[in-house]
Ligand binder design. Structure first.
Ligand SMILES: [Zn+2]
Length: 275
């Protein structure tokens, strides 16, 4: 039963994530513009107040158009009103649902009492992480409007775990993790003048270090992200031949690595240290 609830919640939050990412990007396009039309558009794009609409014809969507996955399948991926292809693929919803269920299966801690709060904060990280990954894949940017909430969630997550452990010094390990990734990325960013790594990655780094939970886990996270990045960009690299100018966002790999290390990091660290 828990699996079903988490999967359904994942679909709903996946749908919310797709819509929010699109709204944030449309909002960013309006920055610096003025006038009544812009004001109306801003209202329309508000995440809390605006109604859901088609990205092509702007038609407001009815409740029957908004059922995650089901509506998309029913409408065969096309807008009911203008019949153009819906940009948001249900992939985001399916991925979110899977990540929710995997989080439950691999959750390394208890789920009773305060640890349930920690698990909920972890799921919030998953939602924000998917949003950041989608944004980065589509527009090569990790917007502050998502990085800041991610950082707040990471801090809350770590503080909850420290509180539950009752030992203040357990705060030290995640903080060192944050300093390692944050420091390294900042050095890479400064050293390469933003060529090797983006400013968004640097801003996001401390939160990922906190979620990793410790120095060894932080190093594992970096290793895993680089490995995933290398493997998954090889086909593109071969296809692109000698041109080194192709752009591959690093954010999604960092977030996937954080998801894996956040759940399995302590097990992997134990294995490396004691076997
Ligand atoms: Zn439409």
């Amino acid at each position: 039963m828990v699996y079903v609830i988490l999967a359904v919640l994942g679909l709903i939050f996946g749908s919310f994530a797709s819509a929010t990412v699109w709204r944030l990007h449309e909002q960013a396009a309006l920055v610096g513009k003025k006038g009544t039309k812009t004001a109306a558009r801003k209202q329309q794009l508000s995440i809390t107040k605006g109604r859901s609409m088609c990205a092509h014809c702007g038609h407001e969507l009815a409740a029957k158009d908004l059922i995650p996955l089901v509506s998309w399948l029913w409408l065969k991926g096309r807008c009911r009103y203008c019949h153009k292809k819906i940009d948001d693929s249900p992939l985001t919803e399916i991925v979110m649902a899977s990540l929710f269920v995997i989080s439950y299966v691999l959750w390394p801690l208890s789920l009773s009492g305060g640890y349930a709060v920690a698990f909920c904060l972890w799921l919030v990280f998953v939602v924000l992480g998917v949003m950041l990954a989608v944004y980065d894949l589509r527009w090569f940017l990790l917007p502050d409007k998502l990085v800041l909430p991610l950082t707040i969630v990471a801090v809350a997550y770590v503080l909850t775990l420290v509180y539950l452990s009752g030992v203040v010094s357990t705060l030290i390990a995640p903080v060192i993790g944050a300093v390692i990734i944050g420091g390294l990325f900042y050095a890479l960013f400064q050293g390469s003048k933003g060529e090797w790594i983006g400013g968004g990655d640097v801003k996001m780094a401390p939160a990922l270090g906190l979620l990793a939970g410790g120095p060894l886990e932080a190093c594992l996270l970096l290793f895993l992200a680089s490995l995933l990045g290398t493997i998954l960009s090889l086909p593109q690299f071969i296809k692109g031949g000698r041109s080194m100018k192709m752009r591959i966002p690093f954010g999604p790999f960092l977030l996937i690595a954080t998801f894996i290390i956040g759940l399995l990091g302590s097990k992997i660290a134990d294995f490396l240290l004691y076997r």
